[in-house]
Design a protein around this ligand. Structure first.
Ligand code: PLP
Length: 368
C-alpha cells in the first residue's frame, strides 16, 4: 500500500529508551530518566483521590466538550470558556492546528532546532518549511519575520524553546506581533509556562485581545506532572477556536484526563513546590557548567542543554550508569545533551558522573 509520498521522509516518533529495557541491558536496578522533561516529583496527591470517583463510569464516553474542566481552566487563565480548545496533549493540539491551516502552497516559519512536532505535521500537510537557525540558542525573530509572506499560515514560537530552554521576552514579542502580517497565525507554545520565572517573560494571555492572530498553548504534562493522561489546551480568540474545533475528534480527551487535570489545578502548593525545586535544580547545573567552563543555555524550563562534548557518547556513558538523558544529536545540537532537572539527589549524582566524563577521570571504557 502506498501512503502520501511526503510521509516516506518521516519516521514515527521515537521516545527515549524505556526504563525496563535499560535495566535488562546493563544489569542495573535503579534507573533515573531525565530525558522527556517529566516532573521528577510526580503529580499532586489530589489527582489519585479524584480518580477513584470515576470507577463506575468507565463504560461511558467522556464529555467531549470537557465542560467542568473548561470552566475551571477559563477561570484559572482568566479567559472565557469559549476561548479554549482541549487536546490529547499539546501534541494533538499541534496536529489539529496544522491540519486546519497548512496545505500545499502554504508555508510555515519556525526556529531550528525547536520542538520536532511542528516540522513533522508541516511535512504531512505538504506545507513548505521555513526553518530559521537559533541565534545564540534563542529564536531569531527578526530573521523569522523576514521569511513571513502572504502564504505563511503559521509562525511557531516555542517559549521557552525546547531543546535550549531559552525564551523570547515580552518587548521582543510585542515588536514582532506589531509587524507580522495578520494573515499568519502566531503560535506561542508555552508547554513550560509554569516553570518560567523571568520578569520579562511575556504575559501572552493579555495580548490575545489586541492580536487576533495570536494563540497560546499550555499543557498539564510538564509542571503538573500529568504526562500519562495526555491533556493540554490552546487559548485563542473564540471565533478562531470555534473554527479549529471542527477538526477535533469528538472524544479526544478522556474523562480520566479531564478529572485529573481539574484536581491538579486545585493543588497550588504542589505546583509551587515543583517550581521552587526546579529553580534550585537549574542552579546546580549552572554551577557545574561554570566550574568546568562548559557552555550552557540559561533555561526558563525544567531542562538544561549543556555542551559537554559529543552528545551520543556522553548519552551512552550516562546510560550505562542508569541515567537516561537526551543526546543533542537527535535534537539538532550534536555537541551536547539535554537533561531534565531531577530532584536534588539525582541532579547531584548525574553531575558527579558528568564530572568524571568531562575531566576524563576515572577513565571509562568507551562503549559505542
Ligand atoms: C512536551 C512538549 C509538548 C507536548 O506536550 P504534551 O502536552 O505532553 O503533548 C509540546 N511542546 C513542547 C515545546 C514540549 O516540550
Amino acid at each position: 500500500m502506498n501512503v502520501k509520498p511526503q510521509l516516506l521522509s518521516l519516521k514515527a516518533y521515537s521516545p527515549g529508551k524505556p526504563i525496563d529495557e535499560v535495566k535488562r541491558q546493563y544489569g542495573l536496578t535503579k534507573i533515573v530518566k531525565l530525558a522527556s522533561n517529566e516532573n521528577p516529583f510526580g503529580c499532586s496527591e489530589k489527582v489519585g483521590e479524584a480518580l477513584t470517583s470515576l470507577a463506575d463510569q468507565f463504560a461511558l464516553y467522556p464529555d467531549g466538550a470537557a465542560y467542568a474542566l473548561r470552566q475551571k481552566v477559563a477561570q484559572h487563565v482568566g479567559v472565557q470558556p469559549e476561548q479554549l480548545l482541549f487536546g490529547s496533549g499539546l501534541d494533538e493540539v499541534i496536529q489539529i492546528i496544522s491540519r486546519a491551516l497548512l496545505a500545499e502552497g502554504t508555508n510555515t516559519v519556525m526556529a531550528k532546532p525547536t520542538f520536532s512536532q511542528y516540522r513533522h505535521h508541516a511535512i504531512i500537510e505538504n506545507a513548505e518549511l521555513r526553518e530559521i537557525p537559533l541565534k545564540d540558542g534563542t529564536h531569531d525573530l527578526e530573521a523569522m519575520l523576514g521569511q513571513v509572506d502572504e502564504n505563511t499560515k503559521i509562525v511557531w514560537i516555542c517559549n521557552p524553546n525546547n531543546p535550549t530552554g531559552t525564551y523570547v521576552n515580552e518587548a521582543d514579542l510585542i515588536s514582532f506581533l506589531n509587524r507580522v502580517p495578520k494573515t499568519a497565525l502566531v503560535i506561542m507554545d508555552e508547554a513550560y509556562y509554569e516553570y518560567a520565572t523571568a520578569d520579562d517573560y511575556p504575559n501572552t494571555i493579555s495580548l490575545l485581545d489586541q492580536y487576533e492572530n495570536l494563540i497560546v498553548l499550555r499543557t498539564f504534562s510538564k509542571a503538573y506532572g500529568l504526562a500519562a493522561f495526555r491533556i493540554g489546551y490552546a487559548v485563542g480568540r473564540a471565533d478562531f477556536i470555534e473554527k479549529l474545533d471542527v477538526t477535533r475528534l469528538p472524544f479526544n480527551t478522556s474523562s480520566i484526563a479531564q478529572v485529573a487535570a481539574l484536581a491538579a489545578l486545585e493543588d497550588k502548593e504542589f505546583l509551587e513546590n515543583c517550581i521552587n525545586e526546579n529553580t534550585k535544580g537549574l542552579q546546580q547545573y549552572y554551577e557545574f557548567c561554570e566550574k568546568h567552563n562548559i557552555k550552557y543555555y540559561p533555561s526558563q524550563a525544567n531542562f538544561v542543554f549543556m555542551e559537554v562534548g559529543d552528545g551520543n557518547e556522553v548519552f551512552q556513558r550516562l546510560l550505562q550508569k542508569g541515567y537516561i538523558v537526551r543526546s543533542g544529536a537527535g535534537l539538532g545540537l550534536p555537541n551536547g545533551i539535554r537533561v531534565t532537572v531531577g530532584n536534588q539527589e539525582d541532579n547531584e549524582q548525574i553531575l558527579a558522573l558528568l564530572e568524571e566524563i568531562v575531566t576524563g577521570s576515572p577513565k571509562e571504557e568507551k562503549c559505542l
